[in-house]
Design a protein around this ligand. Structure first.
Ligand SMILES: [Zn+2]
Ligand SMILES: [Zn+2]
Length: 269
């Protein structure tokens, strides 16, 4: 999960925007945020690999032996489509980390009906996915579904808002309305990229949810689960827009050596 939260009004840019990168453990129980747990009621197609908890598909995503190809299906509510540069960034990120000799294919154009403004619970996300997702794993292909939504997450508060959420083994939701609210227009692309690759990092089992730590302990025991203790790593729990622009020079944070080692030890590159 990626959460944005505001604290003070002291930032020079005029809008204090703090972005929290967080994860909710979805397998069996939503221990992180107290969400309902049973996704079977929503999986009208008995989704198999896709219906499992976060991190459960990490090995098959990283390795190329069973699934030599990855399809990334991108569904969007009209007006909330990701920038092509965002999808290109994700493709580059995945090609660098995943063993997929038959290739990584991005499929766009799947429309998702507008969901309104009343808030979406994570169980709602699974329902929306089941109604709109077209691609599932089969033969040599493993599929990931990413939906860019309007609306907001029901766990949002005045000071803490979810920007993105990896909520099942191959499923990510991005709350584009919330990103727009929490970032300046010029920062939107940077935040969008950061949210997307951070959430995909959770699908790859980082940190220690699906993919074990290969070397030194870099698990963040203090904050939300599945995050890296290195404040300069993509998988750290907390990044804010100010840091994205200053510490990271307007670049998307990258995985540190500890997280890279985890992925390589689990079958990635
Ligand atoms: Zn996270
Ligand atoms: Zn890390």
């Amino acid at each position: 999960m990626l959460i944005s939260s505001r604290f003070s009004s002291s930032f020079a840019r005029g809008r204090p925007v703090w972005v929290w990168l967080a994860v909710v453990l979805l397998s069996g129980s939503f221990t992180g945020c107290g969400h309902p747990t049973d996704t079977s009621q929503n999986s009208q197609a008995s989704l198999g690999l896709e219906s499992q908890g976060l991190g459960a598909a990490s090995s098959q995503l990283l390795k190329g032996d069973k699934y030599s190809q990855l399809t990334v299906e991108v569904g969007s509510v009209a007006g909330h489509e990701p920038a092509q540069a965002t999808l290109d960034y994700l493709t580059t990120f995945l090609n660098a980390r995943l063993n997929k000799p038959a290739g990584i294919v991005t499929v766009t154009g799947t429309s998702v009906p507008a969901t309104g403004s009343g808030g979406l619970a994570t169980t709602d996300l699974a329902t929306i996915e089941a109604a709109n997702r077209k691609s599932y794993s089969g033969d040599n292909n493993i599929s990931v579904y990413i939906m860019f939504l309007d609306n907001h997450n029901t766990i949002d508060t005045a000071d803490s808002k979810v920007l993105g959420l990896a909520y099942q083994s191959t499923s990510i939701a991005i709350f584009d309305d919330t990103i727009s609210l929490e970032s300046n227009a010029s920062d939107h692309a940077l935040v969008e990229k950061t949210v997307l690759v951070h959430e995909f990092g959770h699908l790859l089992g980082l940190v220690n949810i699906g993919t074990p730590m290969a070397g030194a302990d870099h698990y963040d025991y203090t904050h939300n689960r599945g995050h890296c203790s290195n404040p300069l790593c993509l998988m750290n729990y907390a990044v804010n827009t100010s840091r994205l622009l200053t510490v990271f020079s307007g670049q998307v944070p990258t995985l540190d050596n500890a997280c890279l080692a985890d992925l390589r030890a689990a079958g990635g590159k």
